[in-house]
Design a protein around this ligand. Sequence first.
Ligand SMILES: [Fe+2]
Length: 204
Amino acid sequence: MAFELPALPYAKDAFGDLISAETFDFHHGKHHNAYVVKANELVAADPALQGKSLVELIRSSKGGLFNQVGQIWNHTFYWLGLSPEPTKPSAELQAKIDEAFGSTDELIAKLQAEGVGHFGSGWAALVLENGKLAVKSYHDADTPVAYEGVQPLFILDVWEHAYYIDYRNARPVYAEKLLKNAINWDFVSQNLDGEGVSRADQPA
Ligand SMILES: [Fe+2]
């Protein structure tokens, strides 16, 4: 069975100007889809790669295939981490945020700085590491899935293709607007169970 482009968990126009329907047409319909198409081509051409889930491929591949399967997972997790409706961290997550960063505003500022400061394409992420929250960034198609002991809670796409339609070249404005208005805190809170990796996985 081939990997699929997962459906968006909301309507393409649900975010209004924050993330336009046109951005979803390109970012989900063209960029994310291209990773799916290319990964399936690579897997179809090599029997040794067949029979592995998306996450198994991420953890066992390098180079060209890693880039495609990493980006399939990263984008799926990114879409799940966004919500057009306002949400709030659970009490458990809020306590961890306050312990690690002082407040949700401080966490958002740290995620924003990490994403804006990341040189070139990549991802800013909130992860759980050794039971504590941490902000990290990953370059190009790199992904928290590839690191043992790291449990992803949320990732923000800082590739230019995430913001060029709605924000032109203004990565800081894109990052600030999404982080302040579009995080799906219900999803982030749920991922404290350590099962975040599996939520964007696909079977072989
Ligand atoms: Fe992207």
